[in-house]
Design a protein. Structure first.
Length: 523
């Protein structure tokens, strides 16, 4: 059974017969999950509310606490995902249709708690990707059972997206007690983190050992949560996969976005907050999809973020906790540089001139191609660095310089073909998001690719690293290739290449990244 939570935390496990589904007392009331009763018994609590429904007058406001309920809340099915348009074919949802009432989280926890020191297990909160406009915590690739079987309490979170999560407007700023608007999706994440802090002991988790992780937009969110004054003091560790809110992804200031929002709201026939809040969620989503000049992304709002995250990290003010971070070998295709034609040195040079102007020769020296055969890998490396590699490296490098334990990876294992597209072939490199199922141990849960025994070998190793890091702040453990911590000496940095032949290699690209960083950032 779960351990008893002291009254000071406001939540506890409720005794039940061994054959009954688990019931836990949270701060708002009782929740009943399911017990998988498998070889490794996992208890799952799906669709647990962590904040009030952000609807009506609560639309575009900081998340409010949930109201207490009577009786027992059935937490057996995933709650609706947040408002979004269908964008990505690899998102395999297990949730109902989108709804504004979407601030729920899901918890996977071992049925038997066996941690000698405290009786509590380390916690991983994993934030989904999707460009801050799509995704949810029910996706098969984010399933928490595999890591829970390794002795970790896993939490996935829904947070507001697109216009519902990142709409800044001067009237919203004026009504805010913090004189800020936008970033509601990130404030949802803070609310979820604090809910877990207050309640997770009842589910067997250690409230003092919460690691946050995520991929793509989820990874960017992790970098921001480490920087934000609202969350940085309650994090024990962080995992970032392919993304950081830095360099080309540095959030813009609030004022410019607010002015665009005024034009946008007038253009959709809702010039006032009352009119905007009176519009249906579907109409707002439709307006978001048609907008060409208005983006709905994180901003420096003056509350959640008071400055660019890179400034916070450079000043040593971000969460000083262990960080495991890295990116994939093909975050973007080489065709982004040389075009859709044949990969030749001539097309590569032409593409560099077209995109980088008078800096083209400089970047050809940084990403050289002696012959046509070298063009695809060189162009892929450059496109990947420009898209996410450099921002992720910047996060790594700034955190490494503080002396905090930092572990850097490059994921290179090529994912097999996509079964939902009969004509698809394996990619050239490890494409963006390809590592998720491997890291979380979810190949069998998400069988939309032609997984092989080699894939299962890589997944076993990678999920072992992730589990060790959540437990100890260090990915190393028995049976795994040694992964050195990054050093303060930038000439001796090593990076872990994760593939069938996982190994530590010298990070020879450090000098290249230092040189390319400011130029691509400004591009």
């Amino acid at each position: 059974m779960f351990c008893y939570l002291p009254p000071a935390f406001g939540a506890s496990v409720v005794s039940a017969p061994a054959w009954a589904d688990p019931v836990v007392k949270t701060e708002s009331g009782l929740v009943e999950g399911v017990d998988t009763r498998g070889t490794t018994s996992i208890r799952i609590f799906r669709g647990v509310p962590y904040a009030a429904a952000p609807v009506g007058p609560l639309r575009w406001r900081e998340p409010n606490p949930t109201k207490p309920w009577s009786g027992t809340l059935k937490a057996k099915a995933f709650a609706p995902r947040c408002m979004q348009q269908p964008l990505y074919s690899d998102m395999q949802f297990r949730s109902p249709s989108p709804s504004e009432d979407c601030l729920y989280l899901n918890i996977w926890t071992p049925a038997k708690i066996s941690q000698a020191a405290t009786g509590l297990l380390p916690v991983l909160i994993y934030f989904h990707g999707g460009g801050f406009v799509a995704g949810d915590g029910s996706e098969k690739r984010y399933d928490g059972a595999a890591l829970a079987a390794r002795g970790i309490v896993v939490v996935t979170v829904n947070y507001r997206l697109g216009m519902f999560g990142f709409f800044a407007h001067p009237d919203l700023t004026a009504e805010s007690p913090h004189h800020a608007s936008g970033n509601y999706g990130l404030l949802d994440q803070v609310a979820a983190l604090k809910w877990v802090k207050r309640n997770i002991v009842a589910f067997g988790g250690d409230h003092k050992k919460i690691t946050i992780g995520g991929e793509s937009a989820g990874s960017m969110a992790v970098s921001a949560l480490m920087a934000s004054q609202l969350s940085r003091d309650i994090i024990a560790g962080a995992i970032g996969e392919s993304g950081a809110m830095m360099q080309k992804w540095t959030p813009p200031g609030r004022i410019d976005i607010e002015q665009k929002a005024v034009v946008f709201s007038k253009g959709i026939g809702a010039p006032t907050l009352s009119a905007l809040r009176a519009m249906s969620a579907d109409k707002l989503l439709e307006a978001q999809g048609k907008s060409e000049s208005m983006s709905f992304d994180p901003i420096i709002d003056g509350y959640f973020l008071t400055e660019a995250p890179s400034i916070t990290f450079a000043g040593g003010k971000a969460a000083h906790v262990p960080l495991l971070v890295g990116s994939n070998s093909q975050e973007a295709p080489g065709t982004a540089v040389f075009g859709d034609g044949t990969a030749t040195v001539a097309s590569y040079r032409a593409g560099l001139s077209r995109t980088l102007g008078d800096k083209a020769d400089h970047f050809f020296r940084l990403y050289p191609a002696a012959g046509d055969a070298d063009v695809l890998p060189a162009a892929t490396e450059l496109a990947s660095d420009d898209y996410l590699g450099l921002p992720t490296w910047k996060w790594f490098d700034l955190h490494r310089r503080t002396g905090a334990p930092t572990y850097y990876f490059r994921y290179t294992h090529v994912r097999p073909r996509f079964l939902l597209d009969p004509g698809s072939q394996p990619a050239w490199g490890a494409v963006h998001s390809a590592e998720i199922e491997y890291a979380l141990g979810n190949l069998n849960v998400n069988p939309i690719y032609a997984w092989t025994d080699a894939d299962r070998t890589v997944s076993g190793m990678m999920s072992g690293y992730w589990a060790n890091f959540v437990r100890f702040g260090n990915p190393n453990g028995p049976g795994l290739p040694q992964w050195p911590r990054a050093t303060l000496d930038q000439t001796r940095i090593r990076r872990q290449v994760i593939d069938l032949k996982t190994r530590s290699v010298p990070f020879t690209q450090q000098e290249r990244y230092v040189t390319a960083d400011p130029i691509l950032f400004m591009h």
